[in-house]
Design a protein around this ligand. Structure first.
Ligand code: ATP
Length: 440
C-alpha cells in the first residue's frame, strides 16, 4: 500500500471557499442568516452531485442484471421504525458540557469538551435521531410520521413487491438513492455530517450460506468504485469493525474510509445484516418475507449484504481529492482534477471574442456537443483567464472557436490536466472527445 499523502493544512478552507465562490455549495437560507447544517447545491454542485449519483446508478444498476432500482417514500409510519429498531435504538449518547454548556455526542469527544477543554459533563442521555412530524390535520399517534433516517427500510418493506414483479431470485439486489434525515447532535465539517443528506444504498439478498462470500465481494467492489472514479488508492482504506463493536444483528461491518483533512473517516459502510431486517418486518407486519427456491424445494429468509454510501459525503471526498494547485508558466493555478464523468461541465465552449460570427459558429459547436455533454459557454475576459476559471471547476476540455475557425472549420481543444492543445475539425469533434475520454 502507498504511504498516506500529506495534505495542505488549509485544504478544507480552500475547498469550502471554492465551493461557495464558484457555485457548488451554498449555506442554506443564507439571506436569513443561514440554517445550521443545511446546504444548497448551486449550479455546479448540482451537476457534480448528479454525476456522483449517476456513476453509482450506472455501476450498481445499469451495468448489472442482478440489481433493480427503487424510489420509496421519505415519510413513513411509526410501524416501519418500530420493526427496524430505529424507534428504540437509533439514538446517540448526548452530553452537555457543564462549563460552556455546549452539547456533544459522547462517543465523539474523547472525554474532553472540544470547545473549552472541560472534562465535566452531564450524564449521557439517549437522544433519538429521527425527525418526527405529523401527517394530516389531526394530531395524535395515528398521524405521527417520521422522515426516514436511511433509505434501506423502504427497500425491505418492498421486498415482496419487487420479488413478485421482476424475475429475480437470490442473489439479487435492490438499489435506491435519496434523501435521508438525522437530527445529528453535532453536525460538522461542511457537508460531511449534515441533518439532511443523500444516500446511495443497495440491499443484496443472498442465500445464507453464501453471505460471507458476497460480503467480501461487495467490500472489494465498492472500494474499487472510488478508485475508478479517481480517488488515489493511498487516500482510501478499509476498516473492519471489531466483533464487540457490531450491532447485535450484524455479522460483519467494514467501512470504506477516506483521508479527510481531519484524518481517515467513513465514506461508506458495508454490512452483513443477516436475516434481521426481513425477519423483523415479517414479524411486525404479518406478511411473509422469505423466498421459496423451486429448484431445491427450500424456503428461507435471505441474508442481506448492504453497501450504504453517502452521496453528499462522497461528493465532498471527490472535491477534496481532486483539488490541486500547480505551476503553469510560473503561475500557480488551481485545478480540480475530477474524472470527466463527474465534472460539473465536461466541455466549455469559448469563442475568442464576442464577434457575432464567432458566436454563431460557437452555437453550432454547442449544437454538436450539448446532446452528449454538459457544456459551459463563456465569452467574457481573456482566453487565459477563462481557461483558469474552467480549470478551477474541473472542466476537462475547453473548445476555443477563433477567427481561423471561420475558414478552416476547426477548433482548438485544450486538455485541463496537460494544458496541451490540438486542432480538431468540427466534423470530428465529437469522435475526438469520445476517444480521449475512453468512451470509444
Ligand atoms: P456515523 O456513525 O458517522 O453517524 P453511520 O455509521 O450511522 O454514521 P450509516 O448509517 O452507515 O452511517 O450511513 C451510511 C452512509 O450514509 C455513511 O457512510 C455516510 O456516507 C452517510 N451518512 C450517514 N449520516 C450522514 C450525515 N449525517 N450526513 C451526511 N452523510 C451521512
Amino acid at each position: 500500500m502507498e504511504a498516506t499523502p500529506t495534505l495542505d493544512p488549509d485544504l478544507l478552507d480552500k475547498v469550502t471557499n471554492l465551493a461557495k465562490r464558484r457555485g457548488f455549495i451554498f449555506q442554506s437560507a443564507e439571506i436569513y442568516g443561514g440554517f445550521r447544517s443545511t446546504y444548497d447545491y448551486g449550479p455546479l454542485g448540482v451537476n457534480l452531485l448528479r454525476n456522483v449519483k449517476q456513476a453509482w446508478w450506472r455501476a450498481m444498476v445499469q451495468t448489472r442484471v442482478d440489481i433493480v432500482g427503487l424510489d420509496a417514500a421519505i415519510l413513513g409510519p411509526p410501524a416501519i421504525w418500530a420493526a427496524s429498531g430505529h424507534l428504540e435504538t437509533f439514538t446517540d449518547p448526548l452530553v452537555d458540557c457543564l462549563k460552556c454548556k455546549e452539547r456533544w455526542r459522547e462517543d465523539k469527544i474523547d472525554g474532553v469538551c472540544p470547545n473549552c477543554g472541560s472534562t465535566q459533563f452531564t450524564a449521557p442521555r439517549a437522544f433519538n435521531l429521527m425527525f418526527k412530524t405529523q401527517a394530516g390535520p389531526v394530531e395524535g399517534e395515528g398521524s405521527t410520521a417520521y422522515l426516514r433516517p436511511e433509505t434501506a427500510q423502504g427497500i425491505f418493506t418492498n421486498f415482496a413487491n419487487v420479488l413478485s414483479t421482476v424475475r429475480k431470485k437470490p442473489p439479487f439486489g435492490i438499489a435506491q438513492i435519496g434523501k435521508s434525515f438525522r437530527n445529528e447532535i453535532t453536525p460538522q465539517n461542511f457537508v460531511f455530517r449534515t441533518r439532511e443528506f443523500e444516500q446511495m444504498e443497495m440491499e443484496y439478498f443472498v442465500p445464507p450460506a453464501d453471505a460471507e462470500e458476497w460480503y467480501r465481494y461487495w467490500i472489494a467492489t465498492r472500494l474499487a468504485w472510488y478508485i475508478d472514479l479517481g480517488i488515489p488508492e493511498a487516500m482510501l482504506r478499509l476498516h473492519e469493525h471489531a466483533k464487540e463493536d457490531l450491532s447485535h444483528y450484524s455479522k460483519g461491518t467494514t467501512d470504506v474510509e477516506f483521508f479527510f483533512p481531519w484524518g481517515f473517516d467513513e465514506l461508506e459502510g458495508i454490512a452483513n445484516r443477516g436475516d434481521y431486517d426481513l425477519s423483523q418486518h415479517a414479524k411486525h407486519s404479518g406478511v411473509a418475507l422469505d423466498y421459496f427456491d423451486q429448484s431445491t424445494g427450500e424456503r428461507y429468509t435471505p441474508y442481506v449484504i448492504e453497501p450504504a454510501a453517502g452521496a453528499t459525503r462522497a461528493m465532498m471526498a471527490f472535491l477534496l481529492s481532486a483539488y490541486h494547485e500547480d505551476l503553469v508558466e510560473g503561475e500557480t493555478r488551481t485545478v480540480l482534477r475530477l474524472d470527466w464523468r463527474l465534472a460539473p461541465y465536461q466541455v466549455a465552449v469559448l469563442p475568442l471574442s464576442k464577434k457575432p460570427e464567432l458566436e454563431s459558429v460557437s452555437g453550432e459547436v454547442l449544437g454538436i456537443l450539448q446532446p452528449h455533454y454538459m457544456c459551459d459557454y463563456d465569452v467574457t475576459q481573456s482566453i487565459g483567464r477563462r481557461y483558469r476559471r474552467q480549470d478551477e471547476v474541473g472542466t476537462p476540455f475547453c473548445v476555443t472557436v477563433d477567427f481561423d475557425t471561420l475558414s478552416d472549420r476547426a477548433v482548438t481543444v485544450r486538455d485541463r490536466d496537460t494544458t496541451s492543445q490540438v486542432r480538431v475539425p468540427l466534423e470530428g469533434l465529437l469522435t475526438h472527445l469520445r476517444k480521449v475520454t475512453g468512451e470509444i
